[in-house]
Design a protein around this ligand. Structure first.
Ligand code: NAP
Length: 295
């Protein structure tokens, strides 16, 4: 890594925890290849300190910040303006410096999610989204731009499911996409799985270190017996690669996508917003993250 000097520009990540984040690895690899004297650091920050910390980092002339769990909604208060996407989903993962020591809030998770799907034509297709937390909002926003026919949200908790559908149905109705919500504790979801063209897992089920065990699969093992080989499976999880769920898809010859590309792409879009350079070495970012995951 190049030497940090008095002139080095600083960027970084705020979240809690941040010690397992791949962002410093892939961002610093990108800046080195781009020949930029920039340095990216991960900074743990508790919710009660978020407003003070973002203000202070703006005064310290940070050139940009990424925001991760659990602050993506809370950080809206620290923004003086929002991009249209961030405003639509009321979630921010990127802060861009603005004059008068202010921040603009943006969301690059949506573009990050969409990029791995760019070679698939999903017009008039049926999509199932499993889970209805923060990342599912970015996913539904992304799907609204793909002209899919129908989005079915499957989740375990009736209350959070209803709130989610209320707040996101506007995004889909603008594009004439039908939305349906299914509580998998009450209804048999197999028919929805069978007919889906694309299924996206936005729960942490199957993730390394998650309370929901790593060997588990979303919705339970039996549901996947009816999976068609024409269905694309997209797991937002990137450790392990592949998850047990994607392994089931691979055994059935489904096209599978894991979460690493989304992670890398959302980072690359943040770099574009901060530096103004369009050409970001996405492959270098990905291989540095892959190398780190193997250690
Ligand atoms: P979140 O806001 O906590 O939402 C998680 C969702 O999963 C909620 O709907 C939750 O349901 C459900 N859920 C959690 N545990 C479950 C279980 N044991 N059984 C059934 N449902 C369960 O989390 P998030 O921010 O959306 O992140 C979700 C996953 O996506 C994480 O693994 C994260 O690492 C990954 N992610 C990846 C990227 C990327 O760039 N690749 C970006 C963002 C997130 P309840 O409401 O009932 O709790």
């Amino acid at each position: 890594m190049s030497t940090i000097t008095g002139k080095t520009n600083l960027v970084g990540l705020l979240g809690q925890p941040v010690n397992h984040s791949l962002s410093p690895i892939m961002h610093n690899a990108a800046y080195e290849e781009m020949g930029l004297d920039w340095c990216y650091v991960a900074m743990p920050c508790d919710s009660q300190d978020l407003e003070k910390v973002t203000k202070a980092l703006r005064f310290l002339d940070f050139k940009g910040l990424n925001i991760t769990i659990p602050h993506k909604q809370e950080v809206l208060k620290a923004c003086n303006k929002l991009t249209e996407i961030a405003n639509d989903i009321q979630a921010v993962n990127t802060l861009i410096p603005e004059k008068n020591n202010q921040w603009i809030g943006a969301n690059t998770d949506v573009q990050g999610f969409l990029t791995p799907l760019k070679d698939h034509n999903l017009k008039n297709k049926s999509v199932v989204v499993i889970g209805c937390g923060g990342s599912a909002r970015a996913v539904v926003m992304g799907l609204s731009s793909l002209n899919v026919k129908k989005v079915t949200i499957i989740s375990r908790n009736e209350k959070t499911l209803n709130i989610f559908v209320q707040s996101t149905s506007n995004l889909l109705s603008k594009r004439d996409i039908s939305i349906e919500s299914i509580n998998n504790k009450k209804l048999n979801v197999s028919p929805y799985i069978q007919e889906a063209d694309l299924i996206i897992n936005t729960t942490p089920i199957g993730m390394n270190g998650s309370q929901a065990k790593q060997e588990s699969v979303p919705l339970g093992q039996e549901v996947w017996d009816c999976l068609s080989n024409k269905t694309i499976l997209y797991d937002l999880i990137y450790t392990p690669r592949p998850t047990n769920w994607l392994k089931i898809g691979q055994q059935k010859n489904c096209f599978t996508i894991d979460g690493l590309d989304m992670l890398v792409e959302q980072g690359a879009f943040s770099i574009r917003l901060w530096t103004g350079f369009h050409d970001v070495p996405v492959q270098t970012m990905k291989s540095s993250a892959e190398k780190h995951l193997m250690v």
